[in-house]
Design a protein around this ligand. Structure first.
Ligand SMILES: C[S@@+](CC[C@H](N)C(=O)[O-])C[C@H]1O[C@@H](n2cnc3c(N)ncnc32)[C@H](O)[C@@H]1O
Length: 454
């Protein structure tokens, strides 16, 4: 009969906190005791079986998964299961000791396990899009939210599409008891648990879309297994997607930049350079909650309305087309030759026409004449045309506040005529050369991505 797990077991962490745990498992003594402590009693085996069932449920919702990185694999709790289920698996962990333990266990050995790689989840040594799925169990909830976002971003980079991770949530009896105890002053112990909203936001910040949340055991367990989808497209898979469509000859030539909503590429299509926008799953999902038209179609139509408005075609990138498919949306527009106004003026670019601000004022008044509002006018969103020296617009605010006011007071003020539909654009036009907000945003971008937005 196996002994009951105890607080004194070598593999029971003695402190909270990610930094401690990152070091803790890098010990042979801890690794050797890990399975004994975690999985030997019947109760713990039942708990493991439930977790594996939830992981299988998540995997059943995916398609095309052949290769999985199990990260951290620890002593291989699920590495063997995955291999026996037919997946090609690579185990990965920061602790060599834990992986050595996994490699020793007969229950973990299988020909589908292709090896073990030492890796820090904060900066993975794997190539971009080198696996179909990254799975991370019993890990992220030990990590602070900022580092967690960074890790999720890494998982999304390495995975061609799917990420599976477990989270501790607050919709359980245990959480209710803790809340009550805290309210009664019986405990001051912190008990960090996520809500649906905070967890979804973490994934979205990392460029991932939550596809399904699976309860390991409703109310009785505080664990979810979360299935998420990564947002990037690689040029090869794009070719496959576009075969047989009007865009089958589209060739991606370079990545131009990445925003919150999309990744933008330069591409060749029908013998010309075009700008290709591939929308991120999280942005597609966010937009779908607000509007019945899919994001790519919505943006295409909005840009088209500006482009077609009287006198505006010389100021707006021509929208060329879009695709909306399950799990994939893209749009194409004229590739502009110019420089974003913020950088052009900073570098004193001599191609900025002296009439630039007058032209911009004309853009605003022509738009309003066509009853188009909320242009999102700021120095990173307007390009200076290298030939004409005037403004060229390529990206508009999504759903204008005139259509979907942010709060009821704005809606009421619009209705009562206290707020003009054109007010926001006129204010932005007047402040166009005040870069404070743009610089704050840029700084945030640099901090998050380490590069400037292209
Ligand atoms: C509680 S175990 C979970 C292992 C396994 N997934 C399971 O369910 O049994 C946590 C593992 O995370 C690993 N770990 C901690 N920090 C890490 C990091 N930054 N990168 C990769 N692995 C890490 C530890 O070495 C340990 O093996």
């Amino acid at each position: 009969m196996s002994k009951q797990p105890s607080r004194d077991d070598p593999s029971k962490p003695k402190q909270h906190g990610y930094e401690y745990k990152k070091q803790f498992y890098q010990s042979s003594e801890v690794a050797a005791d890990y399975d004994e402590h975690r999985f030997r009693t019947p109760k713990r085996q039942r708990r493991n079986a439930r977790k594996w069932a939830a992981i299988q449920q998540a995997l059943a919702l995916t398609d095309g998964v052949k290769t999985i990185v199990d990260l951290p694999c620890g002593t291989g709790r699920f590495t063997g299961h995955l291999a026996r289920a037919g997946y090609t698996v690579v185990g990965s962990d920061i602790s060599i000791e834990m992986m050595q333990q996994a490699a020793k266990l007969p229950s973990v050995s299988h020909e589908n396990i292709k090896g073990y790689v030492r890796a820090d989840a904060e900066a993975l040594p794997f190539r971009t899009k080198s696996a179909d799925c990254v799975m991370s169990i019993r890990f992220l909830f030990h990590v602070d939210p900022d580092t967690r976002r960074c890790m999720l971003r890494e998982f999304g980079r390495v995975s061609r599409r799917w990420v599976i991770a477990d989270y501790r949530h607050k919709y359980s009896v245990r959480y209710g008891i803790w809340k009550l105890s805290r309210a009664l002053g019986l405990t001051r112990r912190p008990f960090e648990r996520v809500s649906v909203k905070s967890m979804t936001a973490e994934f979205e910040d990392a460029g991932l879309r939550v596809a399904r949340i699976i309860n390991v055991r409703r109310w009785l367990s505080d664990k979810w297994v979360v299935l998420a989808e990564a947002g990037h497209v690689d040029p090869d898979s794009l070719k496959v997607r576009l075969a047989g469509t009007d865009y089958s000859d589209l060739e991606v030539t370079e990545k131009l930049g990445e925003g919150k909503r999309s990744v933008v590429y330069r591409a060749r299509w029908q013998g010309r350079d075009v700008g290709l926008k591939v929308y991120k799953p999280a942005a597609i999902a966010r937009h779908a909650r607000k509007h019945k038209l899919p994001l790519a179609e919505f943006e295409h139509r909005r840009n088209r309305a500006f482009f077609d408005a009287r006198g505006m075609s010389k100021y707006v990138a021509e929208p060329l087309g879009f695709i909306v498919e399950p799990g994939f949306q893209m749009s194409l527009q004229e590739c502009l030759d110019g420089e974003v106004y913020y950088f052009a003026q900073r570098e004193h670019a001599d191609f900025i026409s002296p009439r630039f601000m007058d032209d911009l004022a004309e853009v605003v008044s022509l738009s309003h004449e066509a009853k188009l509002y909320d242009i999102d006018l700021h120095a990173m969103n307007v390009m200076v045309d290298r030939k004409a020296g005037g403004p060229k617009l390529f990206d508009f605010n999504q759903i204008p506040f005139t259509e979907r006011p942010q709060n009821p007071f704005i809606g009421l003020a619009l209705k009562l005529g206290l707020l003009g539909r054109e007010s926001r654009d006129l204010r932005k036009l007047a402040r166009f050369n005040n870069f404070e907000r743009v610089e704050r945003k840029l700084l945030k971008y640099y901090e998050q991505h380490g590069t400037s937005p292209a």
